[in-house]
Design a protein around this ligand. Sequence first.
Ligand code: TXA
Ligand code: MG
Length: 326
Amino acid sequence: MDLHGPENTIRLSATDRGLRAAVALLRDGRQVAFPTETVYGLGADARHPRAVAGIYRAKGRPRFNPLIVHVSNIDAARALSVFDPTAEALAAAFWPGPLTLVLPRREGNGLADLVTAGLGTVALRVPAHDLARRLLMAFGGPLAAPSANPSGRISATTADHVMEGLSGEIAGVLDGGPTGVGLESTIIGLEDGMPKLLRPGGLCVEDIEAKLDQPLTNPEHTKITAPGQLASHYAPKADLVLNADVADAGALWLGFGPLNGRRGLSLSPTSDLTEAATALFGHLHELDRMAGESGVQRILVDPIPMQGLGRAINDRLTRAAAPRDS
Ligand code: TXA
Ligand code: MG
């Protein structure tokens, strides 16, 4: 079966012409990366088994990790899944935006089985980015889109990051500049009426709990196929040391707050968590490049407070620091 790649990856501009070209490629069953407000997604027609298989191929992604389906509005989401009152309330409050809802699949919804990796649920999201929305409208159907990075590597927040990781593996990338939020969406599971936090992300847990007027459960010990299954993720090539407070002349720092003369980059010189989230993946890409160039083995990371977006930032950093096989 020909799933494309290696091929010439085209950079498409954020114009009507670029959008038309992206839509033509997607209709042809090809894979095209596009910006969302969180990170760049690697899109393909969610109803087309070969198109979806091409996403797994391009990312080198394990088959069992299901994909998020992006739609242009809540009606399109309702056509693919079964909404309960909690889902309705969350969608009304936070869509379009950095929230993904995992809901029971609607029978005969037309999605390729590979999208949900055989689960009875489907992850859905209405992105807020203008270019993503225009693409979804012009395409006129659901787009499966995981983050546009090779499996296990740092997510892409610019078209350049996408090119570094996936050039030659995908048909194109729509260049919409750097993404705004910088962290993937928050994923909430609603399969059995109890809202569960499956992945912290760009929408603060506190905001969701305030809306629901109840705390989210944290399903560490359930069998759900959640992103946490893959302990090592978002990994730079250098070793990452969290909550560092040691002086290490040979290391590079990922700071939070002022660097005060330390070598490296600060996520936010003023200790602002929103700014830090936006900068996280870009700084990891950049520090990894700097470490490679100067032969540095270790990137030391300042402590990040465990509140608001800090929860998602710590989640990504913990995965980036986790032991890996290769
Ligand atoms: O912000 C985002 O969410 C980005 C942009 C492109 O929208 N997308 C993204 O997708 O981060 P991805 O594939 O890298 O992460 C999706 C996560 C996966 O780790 C998967 O385990 C989980 O969503 N997921 C998808 N479908 C699921 C399901 N039916 N049940 C539980 N988890 C699911
Ligand atoms: Mg990802």
